[in-house]
Design a protein around this ligand. Structure first.
Ligand code: ACO
Length: 354
């Protein structure tokens, strides 16, 4: 029996494999270090969508989908303006068609990419910036966010991020997407289920709290003392530990490399001191349970350096992961198998059977 489904194989996939002991992530037969920093996110999306749809999308298809998504979602922005950013983005996604076509898939990939910059600008009292069908996905997201073209290093850093988080085995949100797809519901339903699962702090909701933790530490020399008191009061150190990895999360390294392309910040110096102190304290606290740095730790620093506010980090994660969710949803739907596990009943039985 595996409460929490640890080590249970619930699906076959040709999309990605997480080797938690070796600290290796394979996406479509290629290791993450071959892809992150080398391939644009559109190319990785095309790899993930192979076999899911008749033709894999080109970068231009993705660009046109941004324009389409922007035209559909812009008029709805005022109706979600009072919601927290993640919930507003999810509400906008819920307005898209619920079909299984490539057109729907690309709209779903494009929706967070256009919605998140527009929502951030809206609450800052700024007009949305329309997508540019001639720009790359990463360059356009940054331009729609700031209103001015990003530097090459910034575009490369965001592209690296989007590729790094594009797919990751049967994590909680991907599993949620596959469960919904197994009922033959449409792609929007799968993506909405995944968005719900991603939101929690044990999954995609951790990077915002990583920055809160750095703020609480304040200065590198305070790291060990402040983190020790957090552990003493029973807090988890955000950005550390993983259900599958027993060594360092390879995605953390990909993002750390991308951070080096951007201007050095005092926050990075603080973060490196916090990482070292956290690893030391966690090792002392749980000598038998390797708790290493996970993807969310450097995600927080990278997205902060790119100008995203911390309450948008989980929505930016969704931008990167939606293609993976859709590829899994299609793979599951095509397999035709309904996912329906059992539960162990531990409640009372009728009196005559007791
Ligand atoms: N800080 C302190 N203690 C920890 C941490 C942590 N970050 N992670 C695990 N532990 C401890 C637990 O308290 C537990 O101790 P106990 O046995 O005394 O209760 C033990 O290590 C095992 O923890 P589990 O919860 O069984 O480990 P699990 O595999 O379920 O947890 C998880 C994985 C949820 C990511 C966990 O490590 C955690 O909460 N980390 C902090 C939040 C975080 O970084 N989330 C992002 C994950 S990456 C992603 O989803 C994209």
């Amino acid at each position: 029996m595996a409460i929490g489904l640890d080590d249970v194989v619930a699906a076959e996939t040709a999309l990605s494999d997480v080797d938690g002991l070796a600290g290796r992530l394979i996406i479509r037969g290629r290791s993450l270090d071959e892809l992150a920093g080398h391939e644009p996110s559109e190319a990785v999306l095309a790899m993930l969508f192979e076999g899911a749809f008749e033709t894999p999308p080109t970068w231009r298809d993705v660009a046109l989908a941004r324009v389409d998504a922007f035209n559909r979602l812009s008029p709805l922005l005022p109706s979600v303006a009072d919601l927290p950013l993640y919930d507003a983005m999810r509400a906008l996604v819920a307005n898209l068609p619920d079909l299984a076509s490539l057109e729907t898939a690309l709209l779903l990939v494009a929706a967070p990419a256009v919605a998140v910059p527009a929502l951030i600008r809206l609450r800052n009292g700024l007009q949305s910036v329309a997508p540019d069908a001639g720009a790359s996905h990463a360059a356009d997201i940054l331009r729609m966010l700031s209103g001015t073209p990003a530097t090459e290093a910034e575009v490369a850093a965001l592209d690296t991020y989007l590729v790094t988080v594009s797919d990751h085995g049967l994590n909680a949100s991907t599993f949620a997407a596959r469960v919904v797809a197994s009922t033959q519901a449409g792609l929007m339903s799968s993506v909405l289920a995944a968005l719900g699962a991603l939101k929690g702090p044990l999954h995609g909701g951790a990077p915002g709290p990583v920055l809160d933790m750095l703020d609480e530490v304040g200065a590198p020399e305070m790291a060990e003392r402040v983190l020790a008191s957090m552990l003493e009061r029973g807090d988890r150190l955000m950005g550390f530990g993983h259900r599958v990895y027993r060594v360092r999360d390879p995605r953390a390294d990909a993002l750390k490399t991308a951070l080096d392309w951007l201007n050095p910040s005092p926050r990075l110096t603080l973060a490196l001191a916090v990482e070292a102190a956290a690893l030391k304290l966690l090792k002392a606290k749980k000598p038998d349970r390797p708790l290493e740095t996970n993807v969310e730790f450097f995600t927080a620093l990278l997205l902060d350096a790119l100008g995203f506010p911390r309450d948008a980090f989980t929505a930016v994660f969704a931008m990167g992961r939606t293609g993976g969710w859709i590829a899994h949803a299609r793979e599951q739907a095509i397999s035709g198998r309904l996912i329906r596990p059992k539960s162990l009943y531990v409640g009372p039985v009728p009196r005559q059977e007791a």
